[in-house]
Design a protein around this ligand. Structure first.
Ligand code: G3P
Length: 219
């Protein structure tokens, strides 16, 4: 399972890249706004800065909601760097755009997927990645992980080639469960990725090892 970081924060991207476990980055307009990145030039430059840090795919989202507008934006975004994946919302024009882009060699990420039916449409359109938002389903008392399980089953049976990119991942348990049920990729905030490191028995065990070593060597 690939690990993507879900942020537009360059320091956090560098930290995850330095850890050696990073396979890519996802962003969205909200994450860009959170970093104070506004205006087309600034946005494009920021995507380039992200591409220069990370070894792997970088999702950059269109803000148009019509087919022609999405294709115009996709052309500009894809020209930034070969790592760019054009992120397109799960709407009717988005499916048309994904179909066109995939047939023309542009990598795509279909975002805002909340049902298996939406995922099937995105796979049929040829999306490179499909992003089910599991945390936002949990937020409304639906089990987001069940969507990942359903997609895994459908994609295996149907032989769909799109990668299941679990998004809106909020916790280390989400990450572990996604690995168990067959997500191809998770995208998560740095905090959820780093939380995988933690266990109190690791901390107390290490403290004891170091203490025993110190005693044995008469320090
Ligand atoms: O990748 C989608 C993600 O950014 C949404 O996460 O936590 O805002 O639901 P969240």
């Amino acid at each position: 399972m690939k690990f993507f970081i879900d942020t537009a924060n360059l320091d956090q991207i560098r930290e995850a890249q330095d850890l050696g476990i990073l396979d890519g980055v996802t962003t969205n307009p909200s994450l860009m706004a959170k970093e104070g990145i506004t205006g087309t030039d600034q946005v494009l430059a920021h995507y380039k800065a992200i591409c220069d840090i990370v070894d792997g795919d970088v999702s950059a989202e269109v803000i148009s909601t019509d087919y022609e507008g999405m294709l115009r934006e996709a052309e500009v975004l894809a020209a930034i760097d070969e790592k760019i994946v054009v992120k397109v919302p799960m709407i009717k024009d988005g499916i048309k755009a994904i179909n066109f882009l995939s047939q023309n060699g542009v990598k795509t990420n279909c975002t805002l997927v909340f049902t298996p039916g939406q995922a099937i449409l995105a796979a049929k359109a040829g999306a490179t990645y499909i992003s089910p938002f599991i945390g936002r389903l949990d937020d409304i008392s639906q089990n987001g992980l069940e969507l990942i399980a359903s997609m895994s089953q459908i994609f295996a049976i149907q032989g769909y080639e799109s990668q299941i990119l679990a998004a809106s991942v909020r916790s280390p348990l989400h990450i572990v469960k996604c690995a168990e049920i067959g997500a191809n990729v998770i995208t998560a905030p740095l905090s959820a990725i780093l939380a995988l490191l933690n266990h109190p028995l690791t901390d107390s065990g290490l403290a004891k090892f170091l203490e025993d070593h110190k005693k044995a060597s008469g320090q």
